[in-house]
Ligand binder design. Structure first.
Ligand SMILES: Cc1cc2nc3c(=O)[nH]c(=O)nc-3n(C[C@H](O)[C@H](O)[C@H](O)COP(=O)(O)OP(=O)(O)OC[C@H]3O[C@@H](n4cnc5c(N)ncnc54)[C@H](O)[C@@H]3O)c2cc1C
Length: 411
C-alpha cells in the first residue's frame, strides 16, 4: 500500500500549482523541496527592513493562471505605470514614453514623445489591436522568428528598437539581443497591454506563500533533496526510499535533466544580476521603469520598488533595484548612477546584490514547447515546470495544472 498517491519533487510555482489541483481531486500528496523554502525562483529577503526580491521580477496581473489561483486583493499589489522613462545618455538625458491606450489622458504627451517616430507609435497601436484579438494558444502556434526579426518585419524603426524594445525586453527576456522567440514577445506584449505589472506587499515570494497556504492535506517537506527517482519511488539524499502511485518531477530544467537521466533537455540558461541601493528619496518618481537606451554602461534597467509598493521600504527612504547585463563592481555601478543622477547619487547606499545564473531557460525560436511537451515521459514520470512550456509564472503554473489534471484522469 502506498501512503501517497503522488510525490511531487520541487516546490516552485509549477509544483505548488500541481499540488493544489491534486488536492481538489482528493489525492494524497507528498511534496519534497530541496531548499529551506517554497517558491523556487520566487525568493524575497528582508535586509535592514527593505524587501529585496532575488532579481527584478513582476507579476503581470493579466496572467490567467494567476487570476485563477491567487487572491490579488490579499497580495495588496502596487502597480507600475504603463510606459517607461528612457535614459538616452548624458546629452539627451531622460525622455518619457507613455502608453496612450492605457492612459488616454496622456495621448498628446505620447504623440509628442521623442521616443520613436509617429509611424512607430501607430505601429505599436496596431500591434496592440492585433494581439488583443489573438488568443494565447494562437500566439503559441504562430510562425516564430527572433523578436528582432519580428520587429524589423513590422517596420519598426531602428531607433524605436534600440531605444525602447531592446532595453525593455532585455529586462524581461534576460538577454539583450532580442534573440528570444517572437511567440514570447507576442505573449508578453499582450499581457502588458491587458493588465498591470505589479509587486505584492510582501515581495514576490508572497505569491508561492499564498499558494502553499491553500494546501490542506498535502505534506510539504523542506530541506529534502531527491537524489534519484523512478516511476513509483524517490530516493532521498539520506538514502530513504518513498513510494507512490505517481511521481512528478517539478524541478528546474537542469535538475530535471539529471533526475530523468537526460530525457529532459538541459538548454542554456539566461542569467540575471541585480543590485539594490537605498536613497533618501526616489530619483525617478512616477512609477515608470527606467530603461538604458544610451548604448553605454552595464545597467539594463532601474526601478524603484518602494514607489510601486511602499512596503518595500521600512521608512520614507527609496529602494532602488538596478539590473545589469553582467556582473559589475559596485564602484563602477556607482559611477554609472552618478552619470544618470548627478550628485543625488552620492547619497545612494549599496544594500545587496543578487546573481541568478539559472534565471530563465533559453527561449530562442524552436526551444520552447508551449504546452506541447508530453506530460508523462517514456519512463512513466510526470514532468512539469517552466522549461516544459515557456518561461513565466503563467506557463509554470499552467504546466503544473495540466500534469495534475492528467494524473486525475489516469486515476
Ligand atoms: C530574476 C528572475 C526574474 C523573473 N522575472 C519574471 C517575471 O517578471 N515574470 C514572470 O512571469 N516570470 C519571471 N521569471 C520566471 C519565473 O520566476 C519562473 O518561470 C518560475 O518561477 C519557474 O517556476 P518552476 O516551478 O517551473 O521552477 P522553479 O522555481 O525553479 O522551482 C523548482 C523547485 O525545485 C526544487 N528542486 C530542484 N531540484 C530538486 C531536487 N533534486 N529535490 C527536491 N527539490 C528540488 C528547487 O529548489 C525549486 O524550489 C523570472 C525568474 C527570475 C529568476
Amino acid at each position: 500500500m502506498n501512503k501517497y498517491d503522488v510525490i511531487i519533487v520541487g516546490a516552485g510555482v509549477a509544483g505548488l500549482r500541481c499540488a493544489i489541483e491534486l488536492e481538489k481531486k482528493a489525492l494524497n500528496v507528498l511534496m519534497l523541496e530541496a531548499s529551506e523554502r517554497v517558491g523556487g525562483r520566487l525568493k524575497t529577503d528582508s535586509v535592514d527592513g527593505f524587501t529585496l526580491d532575488h532579481g527584478f521580477q513582476v507579476l503581470l496581473t493579466s496572467y490567467s493562471e494567476c487570476q485563477s489561483i491567487l487572491d490579488y486583493e490579499a497580495l495588496k499589489l502596487g502597480s507600475y505605470e504603463p510606459g517607461a522613462l528612457i535614459w538616452a545618455g548624458e546629452t539627451n538625458r531622460f525622455k518619457t514614453l507613455v502608453d496612450p491606450m492605457r492612459r488616454p489622458a496622456k495621448l498628446l504627451q505620447a504623440a509628442l514623445s521623442p521616443v520613436g517616430s509617429l509611424g512607430d507609435k501607430l505601429r505599436v497601436g496596431a500591434l496592440k489591436n492585433t494581439l488583443s484579438k489573438k488568443s494565447v494558444s494562437a500566439i503559441y502556434e504562430a510562425d516564430e522568428s527572433t523578436t528582432l526579426d519580428y520587429l524589423k518585419a513590422r517596420e519598426f524603426s531602428d531607433s524605436m528598437i534600440e531605444q525602447f524594445f531592446k532595453p525593455f525586453y532585455a529586462g524581461i527576456f534576460l538577454e539583450s539581443e532580442l534573440g528570444t522567440t517572437s511567440r514570447m514577445f507576442e505573449f508578453v506584449f499582450k499581457m502588458f497591454s491587458q493588465g498591470d505589472a505589479a509587486l505584492p506587499k510582501g515581495g514576490m515570494q508572497s505569491i508561492p506563500a499564498q499558494m502553499v497556504q491553500q494546501l490542506e492535506t498535502t505534506t510539504v517537506q523542506l530541506n529534502e533533496r531527491v537524489k534519484a527517482l523512478d516511476r513509483y519511488s524517490v530516493t532521498l539524499s539520506g538514502g530513504d526510499i518513498v513510494c507512490a502511485k505517481h511521481v512528478v518531477v517539478a524541478t528546474d530544467m537542469s535538475q530535471a535533466a539529471v533526475l530523468t537521466n537526460g530525457d529532459v533537455e538541459d538548454r542554456d540558461w539566461n542569467s540575471a544580476q541585480c543590485y539594490y541601493f537605498s536613497a533618501p528619496s526616489s530619483p525617478a518618481p512616477g512609477k515608470l521603469i527606467v530603461l538604458n537606451s544610451s548604448g553605454k554602461g552595464s545597467i539594463t534597467n532601474l526601478s524603484v520598488p518602494s514607489d510601486i509598493n511602499t512596503s518595500y521600504s521600512p521608512d520614507g527612504r527609496a529602494l532602488l533595484c538596478v539590473s545589469t547585463d553582467r556582473s559589475v563592481a559596485i564602484s563602477t555601478l556607482e559611477d554609472e548612477l552618478r552619470s544618470w543622477f548627478g550628485r543625488d547619487a552620492d547619497a545612494f547606499t549599496f544594500l545587496k546584490n543578487y546573481e541568478v545564473p539559472n534565471a530563465l531557460p533559453r527561449q530562442r525560436p524552436g526551444d520552447l514547447l508551449f504546452g506541447k511537451a508530453s506530460l508523462k515521459n517514456k519512463q512513466g514520470l510526470w514532468i512539469c515546470g517552466d522549461h516544459r512550456y515557456a518561461s513565466s509564472l503563467q506557463a509554470a503554473m499552467a504546466s503544473g495544472r495540466m500534469v495534475a489534471e492528467a494524473i486525475a484522469n489516469a486515476e
